[in-house]
Design a binder for this molecule. Structure first.
Ligand code: NAP
Length: 323
């Protein structure tokens, strides 16, 4: 069976950038880009940007660009230099001996000297039907305030953030710059976020915390008009009018297919990288983007990590005589 020089798993900004660099370095990469699915949450080849409307913070696009358009540009650029595409998911990996073997969901196997994992992470959603509907249609429900919060539709409006971790604090404090009021809706009576991050929200004059509250429905047809809340202590229900809802209840890295592969993950399932490089604990296996980054999670940081992974893979392969 053919042994690929380099297989890239994933097709978000990290995967495509790794592919562009690997292809230009004559590694003739094969990119396994995934199968679209809708349940339990939407996942598409191209990653989270495929679920985003306007992207205004990706450098090089002064007028903005939609998420799907941006990913189409990435893909075309990778294909222009000869990246080959496999429309499948990786089901499992055998990294016990080289060359490595990847088994695809279709049952086919692929072998490679080097592997770059760039499968991303998906935002967790509450799971309400109207939440998902308005998130998909760009109706004011989002899982990324830093990506979407500065859009004109949210300016001067009451907005809500759900969650009590560092991400919720970061998003809420970011939104206080644009919103009339930012409501932080948390299901308990204490945040899990660090004290510093909490202080930014608690001290903001236009932020208000709604403790012990769970969102039970999202209201509005084309655009969100409010949320229905339930008090987790008294059970009492109420309506809060908001023009935007930002869900910040954590992310899940797409690493289930690495079970049993020996790749070291942290306690939340993110791939652990070594020495500020893209190297994992396994020789010749690299990782890039949100799958290995719980902190920044931006398209531009993922793209930067994809570049690093391709350069690391190229050097590693060259040192073993694979050019
Ligand atoms: P997280 O720490 O896991 O917090 C998730 C929050 O969402 C928790 O408050 C949780 O409530 C709540 N939640 C979970 N499921 C929910 C549901 N179904 N309905 C309502 N609320 C729900 O996630 P994160 O805030 O994304 O942070 C992830 C990691 O990145 C953390 O290690 C964090 O420190 C780090 N991070 C750091 C920074 C920074 O330092 N600048 C910024 C962002 C993230 P409970 O508290 O009740 O469980």
């Amino acid at each position: 069976m053919t042994v690929e020089k380099c297989i890239i798993i994933g097709s978000g900004p990290a995967g495509w950038t790794a592919a562009i660099y690997a292809a230009r370095a004559s590694l003739d990469p094969l990119c396994v880009i995934g199968i679209p699915r809708q349940d339990p949450a939407p996942v598409l080849p191209g990653g989270q940007l495929m679920l985003t409307t306007e992207v205004e913070n990706y450098p090089g696009f002064p007028g903005g660009v939609t998420g799907p358009e941006l990913m189409e540009h990435f893909q075309k650029q990778a294909e222009r230099f000869g990246t080959r595409i496999e429309y499948d998911d990786v089901a499992s990996c055998d990294f016990s001996h080289r060359p490595y073997t990847l088994t695809l969901a279709s049952g086919a196997t692929r072998r490679a000297h080097a592997v770059i994992i760039a499968t991303g992470a998906t935002a967790n959603w509450i799971g309400l039907p109207n939440e998902m509907r308005l998130a998909r249609s760009g109706g004011g429900v989002s899982a990324c305030a830093v990506c979407d919060g500065a859009l004109p539709i949210f300016r001067g409006q009451p907005l809500a953030v759900v969650g009590g971790g560092d991400t919720a604090m970061e998003e809420a404090s970011y939104l206080t710059k644009f919103a009339s009021t930012v409501y932080v809706i948390h299901r308990r009576d204490a945040f899990r976020a660090s004290r510093t991050m909490q202080a930014r929200v608690l001290e903001a004059p236009n932020a208000r915390v709604l403790w012990n509250r769970q969102v039970i429905d999202v209201l509005g047809e084309q655009r969100i008009s409010g949320v229905r809340l339930r008090d987790t202590v008294s059970g009492e229900e109420s309506t809060l009018e908001v023009a935007g809802l930002f869900i910040a209840i954590g992310h899940t890295p797409a690493t289930a297919f690495l079970a049993g592969s020996g790749v070291e993950l942290d306690d939340k399932g993110y791939v652990l990288l070594r020495d500020r490089t893209s190297r994992t604990n396994i020789e010749g296996v690299f990782a890039a983007g949100d799958v290995a980054d719980a902190s920044y999670r931006q398209a531009v940081t993922a793209a930067g990590m994809g570049c690093q992974a391709a350069l690391d893979a190229e050097r590693w392969l060259a040192a073993r005589g694979v050019h």
